[in-house]
Structures are given as C-alpha cells and as structure tokens.
Write a protein that binds this ligand. Structure first.
Ligand code: HEM
Length: 435
C-alpha cells in the first residue's frame, strides 16, 4: 500500500463508472479494493476529476479545504458512524463518539489537564528506553519482529507507566484494544461477531478499571504513595458532584487512552519506517539525523514519511442535515442528510492547492499541512505525547547500525484486516548476518 513511485494510472474512474452502470455492488467492491491497495492513484484521480466523489454507498471528500470543512462542522458531520460502537463497548458515552455535547466538552477539558503537555519529554524518554531494551534483547538474533516486539511493546509500556493502565498483562490489554478498535473503525459491514467481541473486551476492560480505581482510592485514603500517572491524577481529583464527573466517567476516559494509542502509534511507526526504507537516500539522511542530539530535524523525516502512508486515511462521518460542501467553488456539492461521508486526510495531504510539490519528499513542510492526528472538533487529544513517542522509537531503531528491511518471503509489512500492521521483520547489523 502506498508504495513509492505509485503513479496515477488514469482511468480508474472510467472503470468505476462502467462497472456502476452494470453492477453497482461490484463498483463498490472496486472502490474498496483501490482504497486498500491503490489509494494514492485513486485519490489523485478523484482530486483532479471528481473531488467530491458521490457513490450510492458513501461520499469521499478528497481536497484539503473540503476535508477540513467536513471535520470542523461537527454538528453537520457527526461521528454517529462509529460513536454507538464505542458506547456499546465502553458501556457509556466516550468523547470521540459524541459531537458538540456537554460530555465531549467536559471530558475533553478534564483529560487535557491530565495529559499534561509538560509530560511530553518524560514520555518520549520512556518510549526511547523501552525501544532500546527491546532492540538490545533482539540484537544477538540479528533480527527483530518490530510491530509486536518493539512498537506495541513500547505502546503498552506507555499505557502501563504513564497512563497507569498496565492491564492484567500486556497481552490482555493488547487484545482488548484490538477488539474494540476493529469494531469501531474497521467493521464497515457491521459483522455481529466483531461487535460482540468488542463489547466483551470493553466490558472486561471497564470492569478491570473499576477494581483498580477502588484500589487506588483505598491506597490514597491510607496515605500510601502512588506513581504520578494519569490514573492516579484522576483518582486524586475531587470535582463538585454537580458536574457529573463520577467514577464511571473516570473509567470510560481511562479506557479511551489505550484505545487511542495502542493501535495507532505502532501503526504510524510501521508505516513511516516502511516509507523511509522505500527511499534509500532519504533513509541515509534520516540515519544521520537520528545521531544528532536534538531530535527536531530527525522528526521531520518521520512526519514526511508518514504523509506518504498515514495510518488513518479516512475518517468516517454521517451527514446530519443537507449541506453545501465547498460552497462557491466549481466543486460545490449538496451532501444530503443521511450520507455516509469519508473525508480523506490521506488525500488532502497531497492536494497541490495547499501542499506544494506533494509528490516530493520535503522536510520543510509546516505543521498545519499534517492531518495525521485529525482536525477540528475531534482532533487528537494525545497528539503531543504520541508524536514524541512515534518519532523517538524510530530514532532509536535507526540509530542501530545496519538496520534494514528483509527481502521476501520474510520482509515487508503484514497487515491484519488490511489495516493493522502485525508483522514487520527487520534485520539488525550487517545484511549478511540477518535472515
Ligand atoms: C497518547 C496517545 C493518544 C491518545 C491519548 C489519543 C486520544 C485521542 C482522543 C481522546 C481523541 C478524540 C478527541 C475528541 O473526541 O475530540 C483522538 C482523536 C484522534 N486521534 Fe488520537 N490519541 C493518541 C494517539 C494517536 C495516534 C498515535 C494517532 C495517529 C497517528 C492518533 C490519531 C487520532 C485521530 C486521527 C483522531 C481524530 C478521529 C476523528 O476525528 O474521527 N491518535 N485521539
């Protein structure tokens, strides 16, 4: 997916139109397949020929201005596509499933306080340390399966040590997050088994958190010292009863932390590293930058690599009332209420009207061209922490001499469900040693 050199082939839309006339289901299948395997070519053609791509099943929005318009009109374009799934898993409302509501406003405010921006350096350091431990352990073997043994391991340790949510064990926490995120964001067909697995995982997770909250409260009453993690901060916080910030809100917001992080951070690390490996000259410069004491220059390589394959390519929304999108432009389109709308950050970040020379790998792009962490009302609450973690882990990986992708059959990123990276074996040390 998103391989370097992937070119606009032209004609994808012609094939779509012909197929739609003959067999609408097959046309839908084609678009879904291209989204998975050929998304850059598809989006390039859509931006050019049909920037607001209306199909009988959904509408894809591809230009930067229109993607940000959708994502910043939360009362028109709601998260009802996945909100009820998250609610069902967690047994109550979670901010990402609620638009422009008192719940979203209040919970977001509280969690922004708890996820203190001043923690960024400490969390980055923690991530770097865990990555180094994992790489040291793998070094004698000359290879490492990076997704689970480095990237997820780091994410789960950040959950344990910084959020204060280790789970009964990392494997169980990992299983819970995968089940809930799969249903929320990858179960477009509404498979009831995937939904049931998510509800089971969510109720195990919230039951676990209720018990841990009671323990933390008891420890605080007994005057015992607790680590300064997000969970302890929440357990210590006494808000006026009338605000409705009861223990169940703490449990649900705590559950939301690994849901936001454990799939997306390893996903971003994998895709960015894969993109760097595809560009040997860029990789060589990234390796040099990884050695610099100040990581700022190195980080730019990661963000630009991720632009070429962002983990979240589409953010699902439901249009709640008729809306004229891109009003006053030639692409102005009425989106009728009830439409399933897919704004595509992955396409917006290649829109030449906003992003100059989008097909070039450039390190001088401004932050506001990056839509990895969403935009507008639901923009990511953990972006400051996640950004540091993603970049630092890759920095530690690229500081190791001779890290390289393996050739087939062992090499390449293996994704489960076409979305979640689950295997990416790297050689460590000289190419001859690994494999
Ligand atoms: C410390 C780790 C993280 C935490 C605690 C976190 C938390 C959250 C929360 C609570 C929201 C919803 C905000 C709202 O409802 O207004 C959100 C949204 C989002 N997050 Fe994160 N997140 C983390 C890491 C990441 C990573 C690594 C990525 C991707 C690389 C990411 C991408 C997003 C995106 C795209 C959205 C917007 C979703 C939408 O609008 O539909 N997050 N995040």
């Amino acid at each position: 997916m998103g391989a370097v050199g992937q070119a606009t082939t032209g004609g994808l839309l012609d094939r779509y139109d012909e197929t739609l006339a003959r067999d609408p289901m097959a046309a839908f299948g084609l678009v879904r397949e291209w989204m998975r395997t050929d998304w850059r070519a598809l989006f390039a053609e859509l931006r050019e020929r049909r920037p607001v791509f209306v199909t009988p099943a959904f509408t894809v929005v591809t230009r930067f201005a229109d993607v940000t318009e959708v994502l910043s009109r939360e009362s028109v374009f709601s998260v009802r596509a996945f909100g009820p799934r998250l609610d069902a898993a967690l047994g109550g409302p979670f901010m990402l499933g609620r638009d422009a509501t008192p719940t979203n406003w209040r919970d977001k405010g509280l969690m922004q306080v708890m996820l203190d921006q001043r923690d960024t350096a400490r969390v980055r350091e923690l991530a770097g340390r865990v990555a180094d431990e994992a790489l040291d352990a793998a070094w004698p073997a000359g290879r490492v399966e990076a997704v689970h043994d480095v990237f997820r391991r780091v994410a789960l340790r950040v959950c344990a040590d910084y959020f204060g949510f280790p789970g009964p064990d990392p494997q169980t926490l990992s299983r819970w997050t995968r089940a809930v995120v799969t249903d929320g964001f990858a179960n477009y067909a509404g498979d009831p088994e995937i939904q049931a697995a998510s509800v089971r995982a969510g109720s195990e997770m919230t039951a676990y958190l209720r018990d841990r909250l009671a323990e933390r409260r008891a420890a605080l009453r007994a005057g015992r010292d607790l680590p300064d993690d997000v969970f302890t901060r929440l357990a210590r916080t006494d808000l006026p009863a009338g605000l409705g910030m009861d223990d169940e809100r703490i449990v649900i917001n705590m559950a939301g932390l690994p849901l936001g992080f454990v799939e997306s951070a390893p996903g971003a690390m994998t895709e960015a590293l894969d993109q760097l490996f595809l560009r040997p000259q860029v990789l060589a410069r990234a390796v040099e930058a990884a050695a610099e004491p100040d990581p700022a220059h190195f980080d730019r390589h990661v963000w630009e690599a991720l632009r070429f394959n962002p983990f979240f390519k589409l953010l699902p929304r439901v249009c709640e009332r008729d809306h004229v999108l891109a009003a006053g432009t030639p692409r102005s389109t009425v989106i009728p209420a009830g439409t399933f709308v897919l704004p595509a950050p992955a396409s917006a970040m290649f829109d030449p009207d906003v992003v100059p020379e989008p097909d070039e790998f450039r390190l001088d792009r401004p932050d506001h061209h990056r839509l990895f962490f969403g935009y507008g009302h639901h923009a990511c609450l953990g972006a400051h922490l996640a950004g540091g973690v993603v970049c630092e882990v890759l920095r530690r990986v690229l500081r190791r001499p001779g890290v390289h992708p393996l050739p087939p059959p062992d090499g390449g990123v293996v994704r489960s469900g076409g979305i979640f990276p689950d295997r990416f074996v790297l050689g460590l040390g000289s190419a001859g040693k690994a494999g």
